[in-house]
Design a protein around this ligand. Structure first.
Ligand code: ADP
Ligand code: S3P
Ligand code: MG
Length: 181
């Protein structure tokens, strides 16, 4: 039993964090399937609830509006749901309230990817990530580095360079099953 939350450790939500494109959505879904737990991807949840793709929400209402909805959604899920696998969007941990709520209620796993590996994946990411639009590679690198401070607050870091999503998910599942987290 966790002293602060009163939630048994094996019923805690598992929250995946990390930069855009590191594999949070893909790996989260795989872990959920392997553990037989429900999966919640915060971005997909918001898109369904507001019936609008995230890039359109950025375009029509602006990033601040999305960040407000993102904060309310993550906090609501962390406080009211248990035993879920939850993948956040890459910008969520920039918000102190999200960080605080996740770190006290859930097991926070950082998916870590080096900048060199990330760059190779960039082309397939750009279309659906408005944060990458109108930014040079140098500016994206700066954002990548700036965000590492928020990501440094986690319970476990998993290095994902040269690992398939399946391998990353298997590694996490083993850790969980052996109570190594
Ligand atoms: N470990 C991996 N190796 C190679 N490609 C990956 C890996 N994890 C994810 N991808 C690919 O990168 C893209 C972004 O993955 P996604 O799960 O949406 O990341 P995130 O949710 O962190 O933004 C997808 O096309 C996915 O197939
Ligand atoms: O890093 C960010 O600011 C964002 C990351 C995206 O999620 P993924 O990290 O799943 O791509 C999504 O939440 C939105 O486009 C903003
Ligand atoms: Mg995602």
């Amino acid at each position: 039993m966790n002293k602060e939350t009163g939630i048994p450790v094996n019923k805690k939500n598992i929250v995946l964090i990390g930069f855009m494109g590191v594999g949070k959505t893909t790996v989260g879904q795989l872990i959920a399937t392997k553990l037989g737990r429900d999966f919640i991807d915060i971005d997909q949840y918001i898109e369904e609830k507001y019936n609008m793709p995230i890039p359109q929400m950025f375009k029509e209402f602006g990033e601040q509006h999305f960040r407000q909805i993102e904060k309310e959604t993550v906090i609501d899920i962390c406080k009211n749901q248990h035993n879920k696998i939850v993948s956040l969007g890459g910008g969520a941990f920039q918000q102190a309230e999200i960080r605080q709520t996740c770190l006290t209620s859930s097991l926070v796993l950082l998916l870590d990817l080096s900048w060199n590996s990330w760059k190779e994946r960039m082309d397939i990411l750009v279309d659906n990530r408005p944060v990458l639009h109108n930014r040079t590679l140098d500016e994206i690198h700066e954002l990548f580095q700036q965000r590492q401070l928020a990501y440094s607050k986690h319970h476990l870091k998993i290095r994902t360079d040269n690992q398939t999503p399946e391998e990353v998910a298997d590694f996490i599942v083993k850790k969980l099953q052996h109570n190594n987290i």
